[in-house]
Write a protein that binds this ligand. Sequence first.
Ligand code: HEC
Length: 281
Amino acid sequence: MRGRVRHIVVGGLAALLACLGAGAAFAEPEDDRLRLEAFFRKQFPDLQAEQYVHGAMLFDPEAMAQYRSIMEFPPFAGEVEKGEILWRVPMQSALTYADCLPNGGRMIAGNYPMFDEAKGRVVTLEDAINACRVANNEVPYQHGDPATMGALTAYLRSLSDGMKMNIRVEGEGARRAFEDGRKTFYARAGQLNFSCASCHVDNAGNRLRGETLSPAIGQATHWPVFRGGDQLLTLQARYASCHRLARHVPDALGSTRYNNLEYFHSYLSNGLPLRASVFRK
Ligand code: HEC
């Protein structure tokens, strides 16, 4: 299964899915996910659904073995502990994040991003943190800042380890946001004329500049990651670096476009178990 370099697959599944979405007012979100799942099942018949959380390591047993040994004593445990301190310190109002978030913050991360009817927009876990901060007289954190938002969400998500991803798309506004995310996922642009799907659907398992490309399903389950052992990277920071890689202009982290992309992209991982803070090369 190890990748051969296949050049851009024009008119692959990605193009077909993009077309299917374009016509109908709203394609069913579950149809999208099921189609992708069936596509990957056919491409990689030996893989079990739950293995998809391992991304590109699926295709590299050595990388998988290295991952398992690193995860026994993660070099980034100290960073997650810093997040735990941020989590425990009361805000100006004397309340904590646990007082502010649903269920004390436990087993909730798989529900995010969610569509907030009252706000009329997608709310990521980072947005929920910042809403708590503002409501408790604190300034919001920068979305991609590893030392604050990154560390705090690394800890917060660890309280949901094992929860199955459970993104819901209900109602007109939610459908519209999902469609917008879908559009970003399939939009080809830049010098290479690549979309997210060109790399992570049509070319999943193939190699690009020395890296094996992970399949889109499973990609949203394990954020933030620690690259090289201790470099914290949030999911949207990864979107921005992928956009740069494909020579697209990246968006600001926390923008509506990236939040909607995260909504669509996370839905693709529905049913897979969440595990926060993992090692990546
Ligand atoms: C030119 C090819 C290319 C494009 C286009 C691209 N990526 Fe990536 N992406 C990569 C490479 C290379 C990696 C690192 C290897 C891997 O994990 O797939 C990566 C990694 C990722 C990861 C991390 C996976 C993990 O488990 O650590 C996510 C998430 C991701 N990409 C999402 C996206 C999204 C969303 C888009 C569209 C905005 C996108 N990518 C566009 C090449 C691409």
